[in-house]
Write a protein that binds this ligand. Structure first.
Ligand SMILES: [Fe+2]
Length: 310
């Protein structure tokens, strides 16, 4: 049986990739991108830097700053209105998982109409959205390479999972220099999320040879390097290794699946507003204990790969 692999058609990985946003948009034929980001990156000046780079490439861009942590359907609807009214032809998301997830849902509604809840798993997404260039600033949710978005229904409070190959961004600019200023707590939370992606995709029933290679590489690196990047935020080598590993873990779970930790993490996050990586960290030991006997050889591979077993 074959597996269907979906990854962005263009990945720029390494320090300085951020500055290639304009060139990438030009390459994709985009003329009127809408930049999707959050108030934090506005304050940091990163959103304006991005706009300037895009405009230096001769492309006029506008910015939608209103994304929130844990994206909501109300914010997605507001973003779609701005996208339509501005006659935009493409999306550039910059930030942690939330702006990227918001832009994915905006593109989906721009192409297909309706409301986010109409596309909740297992409902299909018929049409692909406009080109989407994703720029992660954490290492990371992996959202820049995945076929998933998580949006909270503003009316019911439900944290909805939306999935489809058409949600995979067209291009991702994976630039570790954007993570150098991440605070300790965020580094730990988002890095633990990445580790969970790697482990869960490896023990998933949907694991395959493509996802396995990425998952093992990612967990080996994250286990060794995450404590370094928490202790030494300015350690460029550690930040660079974490950024690539987070993207690899994203490609792994997007082409296999996550499992019980993520299944339980969503409602936990929705009810108690716990950061996603932290709720994963709370669940990972208990879920591993519960699940290990059902996939002992796979969990043993994980332990050996992380240098915790023989
Ligand atoms: Fe996650």
């Amino acid at each position: 049986m074959s597996v269907e692999i979906r990854i962005p058609s263009l990945l720029k990985i390494g320090g300085g990739a951020f500055s290639e946003a304009g060139a990438v948009l030009a390459q994709l034929g985009c003329r009127r991108p809408l930049i999707v980001t959050d108030p934090f990156l506005r304050e940091q000046g990163l959103a304006e830097r991005l706009r300037k780079q895009v405009e230096d490439a001769g492309i006029r861009a506008e910015i939608f700053y209103e994304t929130v942590a844990d994206p909501t359907s109300a914010v997605v609807d507001a973003g779609v209105r701005v996208f339509r009214e501005g006659r935009h032809d493409s999306l550039v998301s910059a930030g942690g998982g939330s702006p990227i997830d918001t832009a994915k849902a905006m593109g989906m509604l721009a192409a297909n109409g309706g409301r986010v809840r109409d596309y909740k798993v297992p409902r299909p997404i018929p049409l692909a959205g406009p080109p989407h260039v994703a720029i992660p600033t954490t290492a990371g949710t992996g959202s820049e390479v995945t076929r998933f978005t998580v949006v909270t229904d503003s009316e019911t409070g439900e944290k909805m999972l939306i999935a489809g190959g058409v949600l995979v961004p067209t291009a991702a600019l994976v630039d570790y220099e954007l993570t150098l200023s991440m605070p300790k707590r965020l580094t730990a939370d988002t890095g633990t999320d990445s580790l969970t992606h790697a482990i869960e995709s490896y023990v998933s029933r949907k694991a395959n040879a493509f996802s396995d290679g990425l998952a093992l590489t990612a967990m080996r690196v994250i286990w060794r390097v995450l404590p370094v990047s928490v202790r030494e935020p300015g350690n460029r080598a550690a930040r660079e290794a974490m950024m690539l590993a987070a993207t690899q873990a994203g490609m792994a779970f997007s082409n296999a699946s996550v499992a019980l930790v993520h299944g339980m993490s969503r409602p936990l996050g929705a009810h108690f507003h716990v950061p996603h990586g932290l709720s994963n960290a709370m669940l990972l030991p208990a879920v591993t204990e519960f699940s290990a006997s059902a996939a002992m050889d796979r969990y043993a591979d994980c332990a050996r790969t992380m240098g915790e077993g023989r």
